[in-house]
Design a protein around this ligand. Structure first.
Ligand code: SAM
Length: 236
């Protein structure tokens, strides 16, 4: 049996009781980052062998995991943070396990995009998750342009090193839409900035962006969020 186990995105208290039970019960834990998962396991006093399952060894490690599953062993897949498969390794393993007739299940938990969406103040009834945009400006603008007409709230993951360039391109492609910048969610320095893309761009330009970011942008023609959400405000 393959368990896809979601882990906290910052606050260790967000692990679920079931995740702890499953991690205690399985034969092996396949981890994207064995060091980080080691900290999590130690915190919850879970002693289990780990097997590295990363983007660069996904094919080989996946083969090993498939052999274990075929032998009747139970494997939990965890990534560095959040839900496996969401902008993280896991998708190919899930497909292989399904194709091989193995039972696959999820132990649900945090995922940054949902935490950011519900905090953004933007429309939540309909959204499109676009993951990480390309790093190069031309490719990034083309990627953004694909959703120019989309009425759904757009959600992106972005590195602190590129968030300013991303906002500049987004402003150029979409115009000055309502948006939100969610940073360090569930952590000590959690902040959500809400405002027009131009306002967020100006705010980011005044600091050195640090930490993990989710960027959210209102869909085309979306009604303006509540008046009080206009203008950059910060929560902690
Ligand atoms: N699997 C994870 C999930 O379920 O959200 C996402 C992994 S992806 C490699 C990492 C990206 O997710 C970060 O660059 C950032 O965009 C976003 N992210 C993860 N944790 C976050 C947090 N605590 N606050 C804000 N963004 C976060």
């Amino acid at each position: 049996m393959l368990y896809l186990v979601a882990t906290p995105i910052g606050n260790l208290g967000d692990i679920t009781l079931r995740a702890v039970d499953v991690l205690r019960a399985v034969d092996v834990i396949a981890s994207e980052d064995t060091r980080k998962t080691g900290i999590l396991l130690k915190h919850f006093d879970i002693r289990k062998p780990q097997l590295a399952f990363q983007e660069h060894n996904e094919a080989r490690a996946g083969e090993r995991i498939m052999t274990m599953l075929a032998e009747g062993q139970s494997v939990a897949l965890v990534t560095e943070a959040g839900t496996p498969g969401i902008s993280d390794p896991g998708f190919t393993l899930v497909r292989r396990a399904i194709a091989a007739g193995e039972t696959v299940t999820v132990v649900p938990g945090p995922t940054a995009l949902i935490v950011a969406l519900v905090l953004s103040g933007l429309a939540v009834h309909s959204f499109t998750f676009r993951g990480f945009p390309p790093r190069k400006p031309g490719a990034r603008r083309n990627f953004l342009a694909m959703d120019r007409e989309s009425p759904h709230t757009l959600i992106f993951y972005e590195s602190p090193y590129r968030v300013e360039a991303f906002l500049r391109d987004a402003l150029e492609v979409y115009g000055d839409r309502a948006a939100a910048l969610a940073r360090e969610l569930t952590k000590l320095h959690e902040t959500v900035q809400r405002g027009r893309l131009s306002e967020l761009l100006a705010a980011v330009g005044q600091t050195t962006p640090k930490g993990e970011y989710v960027v959210l942008i209102a869909g085309a023609g979306a009604p303006s969020p509540l008046r009080e959400l206009e203008g950059v405000e910060t929560e902690s």
